[in-house]
Design a protein around this ligand. Structure first.
Ligand SMILES: [Zn+2]
Length: 311
């Protein structure tokens, strides 16, 4: 059986980088000859990439003869950042550039701006963009960001929580929407004991999206998505001070609602282990959208949680 993955035709754009390697490739694969073009992108942020990339790979293990459109995949959009497990590439130093803030890019700009300029034409040449972020090396999360005009795609992903997306200046999805392209931003998964559980949830979501777009003719129609909880007022909780972060709730809590007063975790003084800060769930229904599942050392102002309340 020929799979979609086996049938990918690979392309490479050489993006100017550092002296030793001269170029860093932006690699993308394409499969399918006619119909709607879906572009799936992972690894825009280098600390989030491999989980979503693995989910896209699993999606592409479906048979080629089920493909009724065209699929393009970018598994690792920001390779230099992925290599050092960082959100952004180090090469734009001293000014770190967020790849998801410089679209449509600049072919004569910094490395990251050139990566964006290499991706922009692929975005423009798409009917639908599935932009996979997700948790990553330090967090796990469980929501999708919904955009006006693409509501059904967001719902079909079947994530526990769904939030309206802010318009991010220079964002890939912002650029795509300016061209009238449907988009979804997937923020699901990341490093935890449950990483493959979340990976398979993403695969099911992607299959459902592509099936309902008429791009993937699965033998059995996918089950309808679990109804996502609509959240409003998403809120980032940052560390007041740096120190040792010790979680009280771990990966089993992401994607769930916990009652007010639930102890979520604490921060201890790095030198004395004195308790400096305790995080408590603030709302009667506190939706755990993003959390850090592991003990780690964090700097003051580090992002620790994203929470919300049901709409
Ligand atoms: Zn991201």
């Amino acid at each position: 059986m020929n799979t979609m993955y086996d049938s990918l035709v690979w392309h490479e754009v050489q993006v100017t980088a550092h002296a030793a390697a001269k170029y860093i490739p932006l690699v993308y694969g394409e499969v399918g000859t006619e119909g709607k073009r879906i572009t799936l992108i992972a690894g825009t942020h280098g600390d989030e990439g491999p989980w979503s990339a693995l989910a896209i790979k699993a999606l592409l293990e479906n048979p080629l003869n089920q493909l009724k459109g065209r699929i393009r995949v970018i598994f690792t959009a920001n390779a230099l950042a992925a290599e050092v497990n960082a959100r952004n590439s180090w090469i734009d130093s001293p000014n770190s550039v967020d790849l998801d803030s410089c679209f449509p890019g600049n072919p004569n700009g910094s490395h990251t701006e050139r990566v964006a300029a290499a991706i922009a034409p692929l975005v423009a040449d798409s009917d639908v963009i599935l932009d996979l972020h997700g948790g990553g090396s330090w967090c796990v999360n469980a929501f999708v960001k919904r955009f006006e005009g693409s509501e059904s795609i967001a719902a079909d992903m079947g994530a526990p929580f769904i939030a309206n997306a802010p318009n991010k200046p220079g964002g890939l999805t912002t650029y795509a929407r300016s061209l009238g392209i449907q988009v979804v931003n997937v923020e699901v998964g990341g490093r935890s004991a449950a990483e493959m559980h979340w990976c398979s949830q993403i695969v099911k979501g992607l299959e459902r999206v592509l099936y309902n777009l008429g791009v993937l003719a699965l033998d059995t129609p996918p089950a309808p998505p679990e109804k996502a909880i609509d959240v409003s007022k998403t809120e980032a909780i940052r560390a007041r001070v740096g120190g040792i972060f010790v979680p009280s709730v771990r990966e089993e809590a992401v994607g769930t609602i916990v009652p007010a007063g639930t102890q979520l975790g604490k921060i201890l003084n790095l030198h004395t282990l004195e308790e400096l800060e305790v995080f408590l769930a603030p709302y009667e229904q506190t939706a755990m959208m993003l959390l850090r599942p592991e003990i780690c050392v964090v700097e003051g102002s580090a992002l620790i949680y994203v929470i919300a309340t049901p709409a």
